[in-house]
Design a protein around this ligand. Structure first.
Ligand code: AHR
Length: 483
């Protein structure tokens, strides 16, 4: 495969928010995974696990969506403030019917963001919450001066307002978030966004409307037709199910046949078609591309691990996930002109996680290592390529500070590929080259063997005679930076 990179006429900026995360009050995503409370024996800072936060800091999480997901439309933020012992205990009706003690609330979320250095993406409750409740939450979080909610925040120990970068108005409003029809939702969105207070004129809160599920193009069309001038972004949800079967078996995360390896790759690639078609509809109403597409739920979804609560969505993560991640991130980068943010579901212990925990133990998943590897693309300029891409190969390229990074995946299970890139600038050396691969297609990390799939130095690339030549091994993700 030979590709000519157009590295002197770079494309749009690849927003760092494409590397965003999502954490919901679901299973052990927050409780146990991120938050253990100040009195836990597990080392923590203000209740947040030190081991997990340290690992996440290394991948520079740019933004964290919270508190859901479906949970968001049942969440009443007032129950999660004030002394923890007085907070209302509720039932998490979406996820396992377990008790939610509200010990992780608004203050704890912003403490997590502070420790991670991440921006806020709050999803409001419009399913069972009022306009006033939403407006008061924003007042509580962001009002600097004197006001009832700002005073309450101060009374609860937070003097200064926090900054809310992104704000979601509705989650899956076409389904579990209210079963609304698109025209009705468009009006609900218009109403709620009207009362979203903007207390910081210099940093207005970016509004995300509930966009389509997968290929629901009618939803996108209706929303754009009726609400474009009130939108900053619209969301898209799409999950990769290797079996394609929501109702019976989604398949195992680790014990699967080759056919489900390849179908996972094909399903991950569907993201390209979805974005292309939704973006074409958006172009009709918004040719200037003022409204972004925000893929705020994506990732693989398998059957839960045996013996775990089905409502907790706890799944392992293998080399297969590393490849579907590379495919998906490459697609997001290709569409950097429309896709401004994406949030993989979900950061810890739920669905396609970065990290899995068991009591005081923690393990980084193959997906974590792809996010680590791809950091070089954050806020870089997209570089387009010309040439035919080999079957079962995916690649992306970007340029930052004069350095060119190409990241590739070869999801063929047996055949290596030779890939050659040519370019215009005069690059002198390979600054960094790493690979993620494994002995088997379902190689994965466990608490007993946490380093089965990790990012390692790669020595299969050569720079010379105006080209970069890569021997790309089967079932691997590789990233090379030249400068
Ligand atoms: O990520 C798990 C769930 O998937 C979210 O709560 C919901 O929005 C989606 O259906």
């Amino acid at each position: 495969m030979a590709i000519k990179l157009l590295d002197e006429q770079t494309g749009p900026k690849i927003s760092k928010y494409i590397y965003g995360q999502f954490s919901e009050h679901l299973g052990r995503g927050i409780y146990g995974g991120l938050y253990v409370g100040k009195n836990s024996d597990i080392p923590n800072v203000n209740g947040l696990r030190t081991d997990v936060v340290d690992a996440l800091k290394k991948i520079h999480v740019p933004v964290l969506r919270w508190p859901g997901g479906l949970f968001a439309d049942t969440y009443h933020w007032q129950q999660g403030i004030g002394p923890q012992k007085d907070r209302k205990k509720i039932v998490n009706t979406n996820w396992g019917g377990v008790t939610e003690d509200n010990s992780f609330g608004t203050h704890e979320y912003f403490e997590l963001l502070r420790q991670l250095g991440a921006d806020a993406y709050i999803n409001a409750n419009i399913g069972s919450g009022t306009v006033q409740e939403m407006a008061e939450w924003v007042e509580y979080m962001t009002m600097a001066g004197e006001s009832p909610m700002a005073n309450l925040r101060r009374q609860n120990g937070q003097q200064n307002p926090w900054s809310v970068k992104f704000f979601g108005i509705g989650n899956e409003s076409w389904g579990g978030g209210g079963n609304m029809r698109p025209k009705y939702y468009s009006d609900v969105y218009r109403q709620y966004q009207t009362f979203l207070p903007q207390y910081d004129a210099k940093h207005p809160i970016y509004k995300v409307a509930c966009g389509p599920n997968e290929d629901d193009y009618e939803w996108t069309d209706t929303l754009m037709k009726n609400a474009t001038k009130y939108l900053d972004g619209i969301s898209l949800h799409y999950y990769t199910l290797p079996t394609g079967d929501w109702d019976h078996s989604k398949g195992s995360a680790t014990d699967f046949p080759e056919s489900l390896w390849y179908s996972a790759m094909a399903k991950a690639q569907l993201m390209d078609r979805l974005i292309t078609k939704h973006a074409a509809i958006m172009d009709k109403y918004d040719p200037q591309k003022n409204v972004d597409l925000i893929v705020d739920e994506w990732g693989t979804w398998y059957d839960v691990e045996k013996g775990t609560n089905p409502g907790f969505l706890y799944q392992q993560n293998s080399l297969r996930d590393a490849l579907t991640t590379a495919i998906t991130l490459n697609i997001f980068q290709k569409h950097a002109d429309r896709v401004h943010m994406a949030n993989i579901a979900q950061m810890v212990n739920v669905l396609q996680s970065m990290i899995l925990t068991k009591d005081d133990q923690m393990v980084k998943t193959p997906t974590y290592y792809v996010f680590d590897m791809y950091q070089k693309h954050m806020d870089a300029q997209l570089v387009e390529g010309q040439g035919d891409v080999a079957d079962r190969v995916t690649y992306t390229a970007s340029k930052k500070d004069g350095a060119l990074t190409v990241s590739l995946g070869n999801y063929d299970l047996t055949h290596d590929r030779e890939v050659t890139f040519t370019y215009s600038s005069d690059y002198q050396e390979i600054a960094e080259a790493t690979i993620i691969t494994g002995a088997k297609m379902d190689s994965h990390n466990t608490f007993a063997d946490p380093d089965e799939v990790v990012e390692k130095a790669f020595n299969g690339a050569k720079l010379g005679n105006g080209k970069l030549t890569i021997q790309l091994p089967a079932k691997s993700v590789v990233s090379i930076t030249i400068k």
